[in-house]
Design a protein around this ligand. Structure first.
Ligand SMILES: Cc1cc2nc3c(=O)[nH]c(=O)nc-3n(C[C@H](O)[C@H](O)[C@H](O)COP(=O)(O)OP(=O)(O)OC[C@H]3O[C@@H](n4cnc5c(N)ncnc54)[C@H](O)[C@@H]3O)c2cc1C
Length: 389
């Protein structure tokens, strides 16, 4: 089989790239996914994901979030679906100095960029968001909830309508002969003009030596339903929130509030990672709630999920061509914070694929380890959460 553009991976990044390629060219686009588009194994598969402008003092990610929000709104128009709920993001002051510095730096950055952000003292917080407890908090009005699974479906149907072809199968090898091709698990050869590789936690398998590798980690999510009901936890009254070591999302797309640790869990092999949640994790989430969101602390656990991060050493993404094989473009290492940027990343990967100048400077996202920044304090947290210094 032959195609102009072959996209490996039908997670949010592969779909966003395929959509842009089909919109901006008349070429044939094929998406190959091992488990099928947006399967439960992919990191993109979940009810909801956090959107935020807050990135400490990191101007690049903040600017990318501003741009990405416009593209999510465009995607909502094109698909006729509501995908990004504006709830704001509440950054709660706690005992973790790194997290506190990140919160303060985010506030300063948003204020400096005239994007608006509020500082709330204990009394302000009680009046505005009585569900939460903290001595101090910052509010990023641009935070929100992305309805992740719905976004996957929206992109898939837009791609299909634009003529993108989908196939289930696993790429085993990329073969560089006169006509380069992908060899699949069923020995099929897919000849391509350009290849885009967006296979998330499985990326190491299709990287040659000398390119930036990733560390897949097992992350756990717990959905709580408070006994007193969800009135204070709907998206119209409850923002997305960050505590010392956890983050949470209001009941959006599901009748329960999601809690998850920001910190990285253990490294795993994506083939054999345990896909159920540990009891200790549920206890840990309850403890965080007891301190910051008491009504949730004894809530009923209605759903749990394990998802894999594809961590780079410094939490920065990889968005680059293979310098020796420039017909192969890579997008991976989204380090637990990529979803919010998906439409923008899809655009950037499509630009690289079509040999156009990318709309953002991609220096920080180099595939060459020597060109990448050394890890900063707080990089261990994933989610691009640096200390803000
Ligand atoms: C628990 C958790 C919480 C997160 N929270 C947030 C958040 O709040 N906000 C945010 O912005 N981001 C968040 N992220 C990060 C975000 O979800 C990911 O960065 C994003 O979904 C990555 O998408 P992807 O398409 O690169 O990878 P994936 O969605 O994992 O897709 C990769 C696809 O490649 C396929 N594949 C693998 N190997 C092969 C092969 N050899 N051949 C063919 N196909 C293959 C897989 O089947 C899979 O479908 C979170 C991630 C996790 C795990």
């Amino acid at each position: 089989m032959k195609t102009d553009f072959c996209v490996l991976g039908g997670g949010i990044m592969g779909l966003a790239t395929a959509c842009t390629l089909s919109e901006t060219s008349d070429s044939q686009v094929l998406v190959l996914d091992r488990h099928g588009v947006g399967s439960e194994y992919s990191s993109s598969n979940d009810v909801n994901r956090v959107f935020r402008y807050s990135y400490g003092s990191d101007l690049l990610y903040t600017t990318m979030a501003v741009e990405s929000q416009k593209l999510w709104r465009k995607l909502e128009k094109e698909s006729g679906q509501e995908l990004l709920l504006s709830t704001g993001l509440l950054l709660l002051h706690g005992a973790d100095e790194n997290a506190n510095r990140f919160n303060e730096a985010s506030y300063r950055t948003l204020s400096h960029m005239k994007l608006g952000a509020d500082r709330l003292d204990k009394e302000d917080l009680k009046k505005r968001f009585p569900q939460f407890r903290s001595e101090e908090a910052f509010f990023d009005p641009h935070g929100g909830v992305l309805l992740a699974s719905k976004a996957l479906l929206a992109l898939e149907s837009l791609a299909k309508a634009a003529g993108v072809k989908f196939q289930q199968g696993q790429a085993r090898d990329i073969v560089f002969e006169e006509h380069p091709y992908v060899k699949t698990d069923t020995q099929e050869k897919i000849e391509f003009r350009k290849l885009v590789v967006t296979i998330g936690p499985w990326s190491n398998r299709l990287l040659r030596n000398g390119l930036t590798s990733i560390r897949p980690t097992r992350q756990q999510l717990v959905y709580f339903r408070p006994h007193a009901g969800l009135d204070h936890f709907r998206p119209d009254s409850c923002p997305v929130f960050f505590t010392d070591r956890h983050y949470g999302l209001p009941a959006a797309g599901i009748d329960a509030v999601k809690l998850s640790p920001k910190e990285l869990s253990e490294s795993v092999d994506p083939e054999s990672a345990k896909r159920s949640v540990d009891d200790e994790q549920i206890i840990d989430c309850r403890e965080a709630c007891r301190r910051f969101v008491p009504d949730l602390a004894d809530g009923e656990v209605v759903q749990t999920k394990v998802c894999l991060y594809d961590m780079t050493e410094n939490s920065d993404f990889v968005i680059d061509k293979d310098p020796e094989r420039t017909n192969v473009v890579y997008g991976y290492g989204f380090s637990g914070h990529g979803f919010k940027f998906a439409p923008l990343i899809g655009k950037l990967l499509a630009e690289l694929t079509q040999d156009e100048k990318p709309g953002f400077t991609l220096e920080r996202f180099s595939i060459l380890p020597a060109r990448r920044r050394t890890p900063a304090l707080g990089a261990h947290l994933g989610k691009g959460e640096y200390s803000g210094q």
